[in-house]
Design a protein around this ligand. Structure first.
Ligand SMILES: [Zn+2]
Ligand SMILES: [Zn+2]
Length: 291
């Protein structure tokens, strides 16, 4: 199985403001380091929506592609109990963050440019570096690298990297998001990606934000289509969030796919595409009864 390892620094081109499709995750599995899991597990337990952090995360448009998916993986794999029908292993914190970001970006794109506002296309660019990249790359303090609430980071890392529940979410909802995934993330050859970037406005409205940025200027028609799309994903995401509370109605299949579509738009589609392409080898035949 192809894997990607990470030393905790930004990949080339992934620094704030210069996100390009090259900064997306390669189409391969995600193997998080112990330090990344330690930081992400602490991030999941933090007050994700306090004012200062919310402003920072809007500026960075969440986390970099690797840590945006890593955030989902850590929460889904490690958080065992919760409200709603699933009772755990669900991306509640991730959805809270994505809902805020979808609202922020769709309002920004809808508003148009102005002297004191960012140009609508610049709304798609992150201004701040990824918070987890910053923490992971920070100076190591031997002896102070304890996991959240003294948790066993090595064991949590092994558990998170199995990707069991994340894979299940991606495969169970693939019929919903499959036709709505970014066609450039899905395409395997550079020429198709180029053609899609220069293609019709309707087709370009399905691109993730990285490929939208790479495709260049957005006219008003394209901007409106992107806003419509983000608003529609957010509507389903709100129902999904509701389903993860004690009193919320159960989510539909389309609602369940909404967080993958939102994360795919912000961070590219590499991980769900990879996880749903895995062919599971047939289980070995049971040993013959010697009797
Ligand atoms: Zn990062
Ligand atoms: Zn894409």
């Amino acid at each position: 199985m192809p894997i990607t390892r990470h030393n905790g620094t930004h990949p080339q081109g992934a620094r704030a403001g210069v996100l390009t499709p090259q900064s997306l995750l390669p189409r391969s599995g995600l193997v998080l380091s112990a330090e990344e899991v330690r930081q992400l597990w602490s991030f999941v337990h933090g007050d994700i929506m306090n004012g200062g952090l919310r402003r920072y995360l809007r500026g960075s448009l969440g986390l970099c592609p690797r840590h945006a998916w890593g955030h989902a993986v850590v929460e889904i794999e490690l958080w065992q109990a919760g409200a709603g029908l699933r009772g755990g292993h669900q991306p509640f914190d991730v959805c809270i963050l994505l809902e805020d970001l979808l609202n922020y970006v769709s309002l920004g794109l809808d508003r148009g440019s102005g002297v004191f506002r960012r140009h609508p296309e610049n709304i798609l660019r992150s201004l701040n570096p990824c918070r987890i990249c910053k923490e992971v790359a920070g100076p190591a303090t031997p002896g102070l690298r304890m996991g959240y609430a003294n948790s066993n980071t090595a064991a949590l890392t092994d558990e998170a990297n199995l990707l069991d529940y994340t894979r299940r979410w991606c495969t169970e909802t693939a019929d919903e998001w499959g036709s709505r995934a970014c066609p450039a993330c899905t395409a395997k050859d550079p020429q198709t990606v180029k053609d899609l970037s220069n293609g019709e406005v309707g087709g370009r409205s399905l691109l993730c934000r990285h490929h939208l940025l790479a495709a260049g200027t957005m006219n008003l028609e394209l901007r409106c289509l992107v806003v419509q799309r983000l608003v529609e994903i957010r509507r389903r995401l709100l129902r999904l969030i509701d389903s993860m509370t004690d009193t919320g109605a159960p989510a539909t299949a389309a609602d369940n796919a909404s967080w993958i579509e939102a994360l795919g738009w912000f961070a590219g589609w590499s991980l769900p595409l990879y996880l749903t392409e895995i062919t599971i080898p047939p289980s070995p035949s049971p040993a013959k009864d010697p009797r």
